[in-house]
Design a protein around this ligand. Structure first.
Ligand code: NAD
Length: 271
């Protein structure tokens, strides 16, 4: 990218968000980082007040009510852990992300070649038993109902449910008037196992830690934060303007290995 852009990066304090912020700054762009710690905008995206505060602070930094941003990537998120409530994952991963997408959309609409990237996960494809009622509860937009369903399901399965709901939200909205119609590209990236503090925390978990390094990755290694950051930088840039509503798996081949014929699903409507 040549022209400097203003890009909002949530989850900028760690892992792939930090790697993305580093790359964008190195390329000369202005990054507004949003995180619950160590960020330009410090806010808790798990609460309604924190989300509103984040949108208000970003809006101020971007020039006020008539201001603009050119890009948004929503890395902020939590993994499932023993003892971590499912409701917290629904609040941060799904409702925190949607609040940033919706809250910053007016700023994006005034940006130049604006692009938004949401972050899902390949767990949507390769984790068995995703609770669809939690997915639907998230997509209903009723946070109380969704948090109750997520709490009952627990954080391990809720993780994949929140990431499925996000992917479907993006696919439902990206082609519509508020996004593509307003000139904003909106896409969703689904990383596989990427070596970050989140993955390390999961590796140390007493319930699921043992699975982390046994999951098949055909390329023979975990991803790096910078590889994912590079892809997101591309999606935010001028050469990615034809991407719209795409669900983009970057997982070293895990999904292709486990479910080769399940994507694409041919469309054969009944006459
Ligand atoms: P990470 O833990 O290194 O970084 C996540 C960041 O989100 C942290 O800086 C954290 O402070 C922030 N965050 C968490 N809760 C927040 C809240 N309530 N408000 C504001 N900020 C909050 O994780 P990562 O591995 O870089 O993951 C980034 C994203 O990628 C997450 O959404 C994760 O689900 C997704 N992902 C990760 C992997 C992986 O293997 N690492 C795989 C698939 C998807």
């Amino acid at each position: 990218m040549s022209r400097p852009r203003t890009i909002v990066v949530t989850g900028s304090a760690s892992g792939m968000g930090a790697a993305t912020a580093r790359r964008l700054v190195a390329a000369g762009h202005r990054v507004i980082g949003v995180d619950q710690r160590d960020a330009t905008v410090v806010a808790d995206l798990g609460s309604a007040g924190g989300r509103a505060d984040a949108v208000a602070q970003v809006t101020d930094l971007a020039g006020g009510a008539d201001g603009a941003v050119d890009g948004l990537v929503t890395w902020a998120g939590l993994g499932g852990l023993t003892g971590r409530p499912g409701s917290l994952l629904a609040a941060v991963n799904y409702f925190g992300t949607i609040a940033m997408l919706e809250g910053l959309r007016p700023l994006l609409a005034r940006g130049e070649q604006p692009a938004a990237v949401a972050i899902s996960s390949n767990s949507t494809l390769v984790q068995p038993g995703v609770p669809l009622h939690v997915v639907e509860a998230c997509l209903s937009g009723d946070e109380d109902v969704a948090l109750a369903a997520a709490e009952a399901a627990g954080s391990f399965t809720t993780y994949a449910a929140t990431k499925t709901a996000l992917a479907w939200w993006v696919r439902r909205h990206a082609p519509g008037g508020e996004w593509a119609g307003a000139g904003i590209t909106l896409n969703v990236v689904a990383p596989g196992a990427v070596e970050t503090p989140l993955l390390q925390q999961t590796r140390e978990d007493p319930t699921v830690g043992g699975f982390i390094d046994t999951f098949p990755i055909p390329v023979g290694r975990k991803g790096t934060a910078d590889e994912l950051a590079a892809f997101v930088e591309f999606l935010l840039g001028p050469d990615a303007r034809f991407f719209c509503g795409s669900f983009l798996v970057v997982d070293g081949g895990t999904d292709a290995h486990l479910r080769p014929d399940d994507t694409p699903v041919p469309w054969n409507p009944q006459a």
